[in-house]
Design a protein around this ligand. Structure first.
Ligand code: ATP
Ligand code: MG
Length: 652
């Protein structure tokens, strides 16, 4: 193979495919015609999607792309995001409909109807105004998964303040840098939340952060756990301030391009970037995709996305998308193993969840815990399953479909990023015969390609870089305060195209498979090899639960493949022996070819992951190359790297 240095070899052969159930296909929200319709008039197709929203003033122009890469969508249009997510449903007579079935980790529950949500959001909006927050100000939100989190976001949107949600597991330093970067005026937090069966404090972290942030004027604190907290001069209790407000507030229409929120990326590949999303295009994109990709029937479906709202998945598919569509959602505060490892399945059974959206990291964890756990619950209400966050290994996909979806439900593997705002590449559950491990096709209205290092589309069967070739409504508008970095990071690698930073291949049918971060791709004896494919080959061995693969400098091959493997719980003792390691290496060679055979396999108890559950390969590369370990500020568990280092032989 004489491939250009930077083109990915693709090795994995996966031939399984699951057509949509006939019944679902017959009643699907989106049919195959949508692809043709969008191809014939892309902007017209998006304008039609924008009709899903209620606009105070209609737009004059669908897209202004006269100053690329700075896009303006629905130019001249005006709308209020909170009005669209809440009030209009109440006005349409759906006030009594449940917006959220909220469940706290200790088992306490709150049922919040659209009418309740309207009152709560209005009170919170009035409270923000009393605290001096005005349109254009930034508000940091550092809350556990409690109803006050979406309420706070919507209250900001209602008055035109731009929110910046910071995941509640982050350190005071991470919070401080995000407050400073956005120059936020207010932080909304709680005394704490419940995690792993006990209260987990948040307020002390905020105190530490705001001791050094000159812009913060007030800290608004929700009482959740009732634990003692220090009360400082600028602190205000939510229960005092918000509760006494009027529950009436008139939402002010915002310009379509008004900044809705800033959200920092996960930091999987480096320093997080403050991604800016605006109002009209973003809301159009998430409402459309939530309806199309999950085939949402708002009258009958109960929808649950298990992400934390601190990630973009939660912003788009717990808050803005589902609420804009008037959906009924489940929202859960805690961890999947509290009080036992069946908690999620118990929630699905209890609320009769019909659409469920989670991440490969969670699915692999459940595989590790064993099939017998979900088997104890009635999951027959489920009709569509989704995955997001990382490439899903085919074995994990099939396990999910079989053990959670009873072999009946389509699984949609949705590719997107904080930057894209919403789903971009995904099967449609009523149209696509989905292949396990493939994100398949760009959604109608989305233009994506896989290109070589010259920016030319690769033929079917080829691998390269994923790019987006046309602007889309939910796209980031810039990196907050750093237009230069926006241009450099996304729009400089290939002229006129958005560079996603992910490797991908097109199979013989032209369907798209994501192959991991370009930064993670390994160069072995002149072949660029995808970490994802080698990991999927390892995970397809019955004794392997999870695997992470990196390329380490090697005198002979340039880079060599180093693997870190977590055995399945049931795998027993033999997984430590040389015999087993050989079996695994041979298994990879058989599955992918000898070029992909790992030089080294290390059995480890855990893998380093971001707080959003993504494997941080750059840290493993540091280990494999005996370097000191890089930025770990977004690592979920800082002790993991010690556990892994202990496993290392003296040198590599
Ligand atoms: P940073 O950009 O700071 O390194 P991050 O990229 O992890 O962080 P996110 O925006 O949360 O932050 O993640 C987007 C990335 O997640 C994508 O670029 C892709 O690598 C990966 N991803 C998400 N969904 C999928 C999917 N369905 N298949 C493959 N990869 C996915
Ligand atoms: Mg990224």
């Amino acid at each position: 193979m004489s491939q250009s240095q930077e083109t990915l070899s693709n090795l994995l052969q996966e031939t399984r495919s699951f057509p949509p159930p006939a019944e679902l296909a017959a009643a699907a929200n989106v049919t195959a015609e949508a692809y043709d319709e969008a191809a014939a008039d892309r902007l017209g197709y998006w304008a039609k999607q924008a009709e899903r929203l209620t606009w105070s003033k209609r737009w004059d122009e669908i897209l202004d792309w006269s100053n690329p890469p700075f896009a303006k969508w629905f130019v001249g249009g005006e709308l209020n995001a909170a009005y669209n997510c809440v009030d209009r449903h109440v006005e349409a007579g759906l006030g009594a409909k449940v917006a959220y079935h909220w469940e706290g980790e200790p088992g306490d529950t709150r049922t919040i109807t659209y009418a309740d949500l309207q009152r709560e959001v209005n009170k919170a909006a009035n409270a923000l105004l009393e605290l001096g927050v005005r349109k254009g100000d930034r508000v940091a939100i550092y809350l556990p998964m409690i109803p006050e989190l979406p309420i706070s976001m919507l209250a900001c949107a209602r008055i035109g303040a731009t929110h910046s949600v910071v995941f509640g597991g982050f350190s005071s330093e991470a919070l401080r840098t995000r407050i400073d970067d956005a120059q936020a005026k207010l932080v909304i937090t709680a005394d704490g939340g419940y995690r792993r069966g006990k209260p987990s404090a948040l307020k002390p972290t905020v105190d530490e952060a705001v001791a050094q942030t000159p812009t913060i004027e007030h800290v608004l604190v929700v009482r959740r756990t009732g634990e003692d907290v220090a009360v400082n001069e600028r602190d205000v209790w939510w229960q005092d301030l918000v509760e006494r407000q009027s529950d009436a507030h008139t939402a002010e229409p915002m310009d379509a391009e008004h900044p809705l929120y800033i959200l920092y990326t996960s930091g999987t590949t480096g320093k997080p970037k403050g991604i800016l999303h605006t109002t009209g295009g973003y809301l159009t994109h998430v409402a459309y995709t939530h309806n199309a990709v999950f085939d949402l029937k708002p009258e009958t479906d109960v929808y649950w996305c298990s992400a934390d709202i601190g990630w973009v998945t939660g912003h788009s598919y717990i808050v803005y998308g589902p609420l804009a569509n008037g959906a009924t959602s489940v929202m859960y505060e805690g961890t999947p193993d509290t009080p036992n490892k069946g908690r999620w399945w118990d929630l699905i059974q209890k609320y009769k969840v019909s659409i469920f959206y989670t991440a490969p990291t969670a699915i692999r964890t459940f595989m590790k815990w064993g099939d017998d756990i979900p088997a104890q619950y009635d999951l027959s209400s489920l009709r569509v399953l989704g995955s997001v966050g990382e490439p899903i290994n085919p074995e994990a996909y099939v396990w999910y479909r079989e053990n959670i979806g009873a072999g009946r439900t389509p699984v949609v593997d949705t590719w997107w990023q904080t930057e894209t705002g919403g789903i971009m590449i995904s099967p449609l559950p009523g149209v696509t015969a989905a292949k396990p491990g493939a994100a398949m096709r760009p959604l109608p209205g989305v233009s994506a390609e896989v290109v070589d290092d010259q920016g030319e589309p690769v033929p079917n069967g080829g691998g390269g870089f994923l790019v987006l070739t046309e602007p889309w409504p939910g796209m980031l508008r810039t990196i907050w305060g750093d237009d230069e970095r926006y241009i450099k990071t996304y729009w400089s690698r290939f002229e006129g195209k958005y560079f996603a930073g992910d490797g991908a291949k097109k199979d013989e049918d032209g369907d798209i498979w994501l192959l991991g971060r370009v930064d993670d791709v390994m160069l072995v004896s002149g072949h660029n090899i995808s970490t994802t494919e080698v990991e999927s080959a390892l995970v397809s061995h019955p004794k392997v639960a999870e695997a992470a693969v990196v390329g380490a400098t090697d005198p002979v091959t340039g880079q060599a493949i180093v693997s870190f493997v977590i055995p399945r719980g049931s795998a027993g003792e033999e997984v430590e022996g040389a015999e087993f390691l050989k079996e695994l290496r041979d298994h990879v060679a058989r599955t992918l070819g000898p070029i992909a055979k790992p030089r080294q396999i290390m059995m480890v108890p855990e893998l380093p992951k971001t707080r959003s559950g993504k494997i941080m390969r750059r840290l493993l590369r540091d280990v494999a190359e005996n370097r000191s370990i890089g930025d770990v500020s977004t690592l979920a568990d800082s002790t993991v790297m010690d556990l892994i280092s202990e496993k290392l032989p003296g040198s590599k």
